[in-house]
Design a protein around this ligand. Structure first.
Ligand code: CTP
Ligand code: MN
Ligand code: MN
Length: 510
């Protein structure tokens, strides 16, 4: 059985639109004659359905009360494609009908736009091809639908922040993290990929039937899903959450500058709380860890969008003081549309700067912030970038650009909103900031690499290597067959070189 994505097969036939009396129940003017909508009540409920039907009619859409031959778009909520197909087969509708099966997110976007918006992969419901219902071109017995699989690569899926399967993805994220801490790379990938594919689904998994044929879900992952469906929780996740080693690891690595090795060491030394470490004078902490403890409370409380915007202004002001033509772009989670983050990431590049000016910029910015009293911590990492070096084959390759990991003092009065969450009596908040400086001709690669998510980046590189015989990293794209570097001025060009549909940053939350 294949997992399929329904799309229209070939050009749509013009069908006569019969004005069936039951269908014309609304007094509203129909502005969009080509579309006939039907909204499925199943799992949506009648109140919401009535509301959405009325809203759509007011916006000029033709919405049928009953499913009829004239329907062109079926809209469903919380249903998988197979749910909708199953329901359709019970309706005994005329078999030659062709429609799009769409998630309610499409209708909501249409309502926002006040007109029909294009139906893209993220709206189209996924269905399983049932052998008994497989389209037979000779007989127009079943739904003639063209079919597209869900890709096993995150870079061929659209993953917005609208996660319909959080109950499952939270579980897989915890299991993946636990494997990471135990340095079990293989199991880590099993769980990370399962979480990632579920984040891209336009429907919620309700029964095991919904998981059939979804890529990246092996037996292990399916067991976890089944347990959550049946018991509401996974015993394996519960065990991880109760595991002393896991909780200590989570706690220790929440300190800036503490990684796997250090937390492992502290755990083996018998430490279980941060105050035990803080009060132990014989422990040698790095400069980074000292800063991590000093600003711990500020740094564990997430950075809000308003705070990130305020930091962005600080960065722009400082950068433009030295390179007025520089582009300063917020990357990382905030570029993907996240409402909060653990830090704020920026990519800086200047079309006019000389190599020397480029090299000196970050140090100058740091000096300026130092003078202004905004610098709480910094670590400047010099560039190891070489123009002719081949991209790295490693999926989690390190970046060679000059960069700086900082903790900035963000003055309270520079933030537009969200002040209520600030500690009373304190005039500033410590914020983690990452700055990356890249040569202008590499900006598209750097932007793509620093926008994430981590899983999206990993799959982009995996896809380049395995499907295109190319090597991609944060600096370049190399075609191994043609033995040439493929230059790019924009992210769109990189996707095109790779033969991929363009995926917007907000759809890269894999
Ligand atoms: N990255 C990278 N090289 C590094 C660090 C990060 O290429 N040395 C990339 C990663 O692909 C990541 C992105 O930069 O997706 C941003 O990294 P990070 O700030 O760690 O993650 P975010 O996705 O921004 O998440 P958060 O909101 O927690 O900051
Ligand atoms: Mn980030
Ligand atoms: Mn970062």
């Amino acid at each position: 059985m294949d997992w399929l994505r329904i799309a229209r097969s070939g050009p749509r036939k013009k069908r006569p639109r019969q004005m069936d009396a039951s269908a014309v129940s609304s007094p509203h003017n129909i502005k969009f004659q080509d579309l006939v909508l039907f909204i499925l009540e199943k799992k949506m409920g009648s109140t919401r359905r009535t509301f959405l039907m009325e809203l759509a009619r007011r916006k000029g859409f033709r919405v049928e009360n009953e499913l009829s031959e004239s329907v062109t778009h079926i809209v469903a909520e919380n249903n998988s494609g197979s749910d909708v197909l199953e329901w359709l087969q019970l309706q005994k509708i005329e078999a030659s009908s062709q429609f799009e099966l769409l998630d309610v997110s499409w209708l909501i976007e249409c309502m926002g736009a006040g007109k029909p918006v294009e139906t893209t992969g993220k709206h189209q419901l996924v269905v399983k091809q049932d052998c008994s219902a497989s389209p037979d071109p000779g007989h127009q017995k079943t739904l003639p639908l063209a079919i597209k699989k869900i890709s096993p690569y995150a870079c061929q899926r659209r993953t917005t922040l609208n996660n319909q399967n959080q109950i499952f993805t939270d579980a897989f994220d915890i299991l993946a993290e636990n494997c990471e801490l135990r340095e079990n790379e293989e199991s880590y990938l099993v769980f990370a990929r399962a979480a990632s594919v579920l984040k891209s689904l336009p429907f919620t998994i309700i029964s095991m039937k919904d998981t059939e044929g979804i890529p990246c879900l092996g037996d292990k992952a399916k067991c976890v899903i089944e347990e959550i469906i049946e018991d509401g929780e996974s015993s394996e996740v519960k065990a991880v959450l109760n595991d002393e080693r896991y909780s200590s690891f989570k706690l220790f690595t929440s300190v800036f500058g503490v990684g796997l090795k250090t937390s492992e060491k502290w755990f083996r030394m018998g430490f279980r709380t941060l105050s035990q470490i803080r009060s132990n004078e014989s422990l040698k902490l790095t400069r980074m860890q000292k800063a991590g403890f000093l600003y711990y409370e500020d740094l564990v409380s997430c950075v809000s969008r308003a705070e990130a915007e305020a930091v962005s202004v600080l960065v722009q002001e400082a950068v433009w003081a030295f390179l007025p033509d520089a582009f300063v772009t917020m990357t990382g989670g905030f570029r993907r549309g996240k409402k909060s983050g653990h830090d704020v990431d920026f990519l800086i590049t200047s079309p006019g700067a000389t190599e020397e000016e480029e090299e000196e910029l970050l140090q100058k910015v740091i000096n300026l912030w130092g003078k202004e009293g905004l610098l709480l911590y910094y670590d400047l990492v010099e560039s190891t970038f070489e123009k002719l070096k081949l991209p790295s084959r490693k999926v989690d390759a390190l970046d060679h650009f000059q960069k700086c990991f900082l903790i900035l003092k963000l003055p309270y009065q520079r933030v537009d909103s969200g002040k209520s969450s600030w500690q009373e009596g304190k005039a500033w908040k410590a914020i983690r900031v990452d700055l990356v400086m890249c040569p202008y001709e590499r900006r598209a690669f750097a932007l793509l690499g620093w926008t994430g998510s981590r899983q999206f980046e990993r799959d982009l590189r995996r896809y380049a290597t395995h499907e295109q015989k190319m090597i991609l990293d944060n600096h370049a794209l190399y075609d191994k067959t043609k033995r040439i570097f493929l230059p790019a001025e924009s992210e769109e060009e990189i996707f095109a070189h790779l033969g991929l549909d363009y995926i917007e940053p907000c759809e890269r939350n894999a």
